[in-house]
Design a protein around this ligand. Structure first.
Ligand code: SF4
Length: 302
């Protein structure tokens, strides 16, 4: 084990810390994490853990969500530079408030990839794996869905409720076009196309399966097919190859730069020097916690 990794291991034990990493992190970060998963799984892990320190390897909204769900724990976000999801600044609190004023009967469901301020204005949060359930369960016929218009339109296809879409998107998933998919389908006749719901409708319509990162992993694992075009961030490759050594994967060049700003060195700094701690304003925590708690509550059971 390298010196850095052994120091991380030692400090983790001394400080009762856990490391959480998203599937879009670099492979070395996924390998040193205690838990690797999507934002839903990791937010549950952060909340339920008995650790005193949570080192969160993802993007800022994820680390802030962990802090909001566990305000008494110390949460560290060891990114060497600003690492926000582009959707965090697309839906501003002012824009969300003006939609609330325009549709006073509607409830606001915000994708977890929103700022803490937007979460504080929302009735419930959701992730891509829980969005359908939450929209269907929340007590309103009209839903303002922020900020991802692609995920929102995907949910609109699955519910009778009226979805009021916000004009936001993930720059990484939204740039994929039907042309990309058709090129691969023409070249590799036996591939199955699996896509994330943050992709455009035209891309989803050309896919054999649409689902969250965990959904994609599960689908691929249980499929009898051997070759797949994976239409989501390329970091998921690490887990796909680990779980399916006998299968072949193709990727469109989808890289989220914000997800690549955490390194073993920055994790060590967080543990050694208590650098990169995340703080969220108390009032924001109070209100945003309600929408995150609602997410965890509404996504349970049938
Ligand atoms: S891949 Fe897209 S949705 Fe995910 S963090 Fe990056 S910008 Fe945000």
């Amino acid at each position: 084990m390298s010196d850095i990794l052994s120091q991380i291991e030692k400090l983790k034990k001394e400080k009762n810390a856990i490391i959480l990493a998203h599937y879009y992190q670099n492979a070395d970060i996924q390998d040193l994490a205690d838990f690797v998963g999507d934002s839903y799984f990791l937010s549950e892990k952060a909340r339920d853990s008995n650790a005193d320190y949570i080192i969160y390897c993802g993007v800022k909204f994820m680390a802030e969500s962990a802090k909001i769900l566990s305000p008494n724990k110390r949460v560290f976000f060891p990114a060497y530079a600003n690492a926000e999801c582009c959707m965090e600044y697309m839906a501003t609190p002012t824009k969300v408030q003006s939609l609330k004023d325009e549709y006073p009967e509607a409830k606001v469901v915000c994708y977890i990839n929103s700022s803490s301020e937007v979460k504080a204005l929302s009735d419930a949060c959701c992730t891509s794996s829980s969005a359908e359930k939450i929209v269907n369960k929340i007590d309103a016929k009209q839903i303002i869905f922020v900020p991802d218009k692609n995920l929102g339109s995907y949910i609109q296809e699955k519910t009778d409720k009226e979805i009021i879409l916000f004009d936001g998107c993930c720059n990484v998933h939204d740039k994929v076009t039907p042309k990309h998919i058709k090129e691969y389908k023409d070249k590799y006749q036996n591939i199955e196309v699996v896509a994330h719901p943050e992709c455009k409708k035209e891309v989803r319509d050309l896919s054999d399966y649409v689902g969250s990162t965990s959904g994609i992993l599960n689908y691929v694992k249980t499929s009898h097919k051997k070759e797949f075009l994976i239409v989501t961030e390329k970091g998921i490759a690490h887990e796909l190859y680990k779980q399916n050594p006998d299968k072949k994967f193709y990727f469109i060049n989808m890289i989220c730069n914000s997800m690549k700003k955490i390194f073993p060195e920055t994790i060590l700094e967080a543990l050694q020097e208590e650098k990169y701690e995340i703080f969220v304003d108390k009032d924001i925590i109070k209100n945003a916690k309600k929408s995150l708690d609602n997410m965890l509550l509404l996504s349970r059971g049938e």
